[in-house]
Every structure is written in structure tokens, then in C-alpha cells.
Design a binder for this molecule. Sequence first.
Ligand code: COA
Length: 247
Amino acid sequence: MTEITTSRQGQTLVISFNRPEKMNAITRSMYAGLTQNLNDAAGDFGIRCVVLTSEGDHFTSGNDIRDFMSNPPTESDSDVAKFLGALLDFPKPLLAAVKGNAIGVGTTMLLHCDVVVASPTANFSMPFTSLGLVPEAGSSMLFPNLVGYQRAAKVFMTGESFGADEAKEMGLVATVADDAFAEAISIAEKIAAQPPQAIINTKALMKAGKHDAVAAVMRAEFEIFALALQSEEAAEAFMNFMSKRGK
Ligand code: COA
């Protein structure tokens, strides 16, 4: 799997989206690779933190639209559903270094991270409704909880993007740094130097209150998302995306 790469920086595992020619759009096999890496990291005593990052100028443009059209993930054990489950249940600190576009799941996955560092170039959006779809990854609950109902509704219903400073002010991002990756690694190293069981217990306590509710919301989102994927609204939006790109 070369489109998802991993490397070690001390006790931190770095997982990188590596498909820059497609703006790091995520295919089924990339979801499967991400899930495998997260599950392996969860069980590896040598790994204390994970940093999600990307090659090229962008974090990710979200689900690969062509892959979605040819293989719609309509089963609850699809690769994307397994990835979202692994994200929700990941027990160790999960950080992200975001630059450029973070679209769709590129933004919603951040709602599950413990620390997100954004570069000033970061641009976040969740244009699900524009694609005839609905929010996923628990974001229909997590995002309004984070930013307030009306602000979340405005973002979801207009499909508008927002930048690094606004993301920080919302609480989606902890820090904005020119070199987001270096900053994320520096934070990961500080966390990795702490007593590991205390860190795992702290994360579990902080996430416990919402875990089951988020899992239930994810299941509901998934059912509606799977239906929406087969709708005329989605077909039209996807055809529009393809025809603008001449294929
Ligand atoms: N799925 C599949 N391919 C994608 C993609 C996606 N989500 N996002 C970008 N790409 C591909 C483009 O098709 C293009 O490849 P091609 O030249 O072989 O066609 C390449 O990545 C570069 O993107 P391009 O669209 O040419 O760049 P741009 O600067 O003109 O536009 C965006 C950038 C982000 C506005 C545009 O790519 C876009 O709207 N992408 C879809 C984002 C989205 O809706 N994601 C959520 C899915 S749920």
C-alpha cells in the first residue's frame, strides 16, 4: 500500500496520505490501509502516539468520488465504516497535521483526533449536502456539540469552507503553525514522554461520555448516507464533478 505510508519518529507512528496527484482522495483500499495501521498501532506497545499527515499541498479531498460511484459503500462492514469504527475506538493519542484542503471526511476525521495542528494554508469543508449526501463520522452530532447548532447548520447546509484561524477559534484545531507537521511531532513527543497508561486512561475518560452516543449516530448516519449515495441528487452531483474534469 503506497497510497498510505507509515514511518516512525521515536515512539510516534506517522501515517501519511500519499496520493497527491488526486489531492489525496481516499479510496476503499486506502481506508483499509488506514484501519490496519490504526489497529496495529493500538496493539503495539512501542507506539505511544499517532500523527495523521499528508504528502503534497493538501491533507485530503475526502472520499474518492469515482471509487464511491463504482463501489458505493452500502454495507455496514464496508472499508469506510471499519475505518470510522477504528477511529472512534482508537485508544492512544491521535494527532493530525493539516495543510491545504481537508474536505469531507478530511474534516470529520479531525473531530476524533486529540490534537489537530493546522498550517495557515488549511481549508476545511464538509460539502456533504452539495453532493446530495449527509454528514458522516459522527459529525452530525460532534460538530454542533463543538461549535453550536446554528454555526454547524450554516457550515453543513451551505457547504462553505473555513480557514485555519476560524477552525482554531471553533476548537476544531488546537494550534496554527507554519510547519504543522513539525509542531504535531513536537507535541506527540511531549505526550510520548508522559506515563503511557495515564495518557490512555485520560483519553478514555475524556471520550467515555460520548462514545456510545457517537457510535449510535454513526450507524444512523451510515444508513442514511448509503441511501443518499444511490439517490438522484448524489448521481447528479457526482456526474457534475466528473464532467467538469472531462471524465
Ligand atoms: N475524488 C476523486 N478525485 C478527486 C477528488 C475526490 N474527492 N478530489 C480531487 N480529485 C482529483 C481530481 O479529479 C483531479 O484529478 P484528475 O486531474 O485526474 O481529474 C485531481 O484530484 C486534482 O483535483 P482538481 O479537481 O483538478 O483540482 P481543483 O483545484 O480544480 O479543484 C477541488 C479542487 C477540491 C475543488 C475539487 O477537486 C473537488 O471539488 N473535489 C471533490 C471534493 C469533495 O467533494 N470531496 C468530498 C467527497 S464526499
